[in-house]
Design a protein around this ligand. Structure first.
Ligand SMILES: [Zn+2]
Length: 149
């Protein structure tokens, strides 16, 4: 699994800023996250990465994920009492977990919503990050009728 040149550059740059260097394993784990974008657990990343590189270990996958989170390329998504999941979407977004399937979706947050949320903070409070988690169920929307009557 090869990273596109621009993605590879983004990875190298973020790692360098954090005083780290790019390794084949870090590239593989990052590429695995970007390929599915479905908020996998470390175990899931491991089994996917192992299809590409059978010699990679779970400990290495954990280390790579930690490094990617540490350099700001990946977000750790923590729903209570569940293993951490990983998200490479760096646009501002909330997460919505469907109680029935456990599936986590990204809910985009506009600049104006983010600005409004920041106004909630008392003077002197500077937030580095904000995590917004929705819990619920996804009901099927009635499909729009296209029949002509
Ligand atoms: Zn996400």
């Amino acid at each position: 699994m090869e990273l596109e040149a621009t993605t590879k550059a983004r990875l190298d740059e973020a790692l360098a800023r954090a005083g780290q260097r790019s390794t084949r394993q870090r590239e593989l784990v990052f590429a695995t996250l970007l390929r599915w974008m479905d908020h996998p657990t470390a175990d899931e990343v491991f089994s996917r990465a192992r299809e590409q590189t059978p010699t990679i270990s779970l400990a290495t996958v954990y280390n790579c994920l930690e490094t990617l989170v540490g350099c700001g390329l990946v977000r750790a998504v923590n729903y209570e009492r569940e293993p951490t999941r990983y998200c490479p979407n760096l646009n501002e977004h909330a997460h919505f977990q469907d109680r029935v399937t456990g599936r986590i979706s990204d809910i985009p947050l506009s600049e104006s919503i983010m600005a409004t949320l920041r106004t909630l903070l008392p003077p002197g409070y500077e937030a580095d990050s904000l995590d917004l988690y929705f819990h619920g169920t996804i009901r099927k929307q009635p499909s729009k009728s296209t029949s002509k009557s």
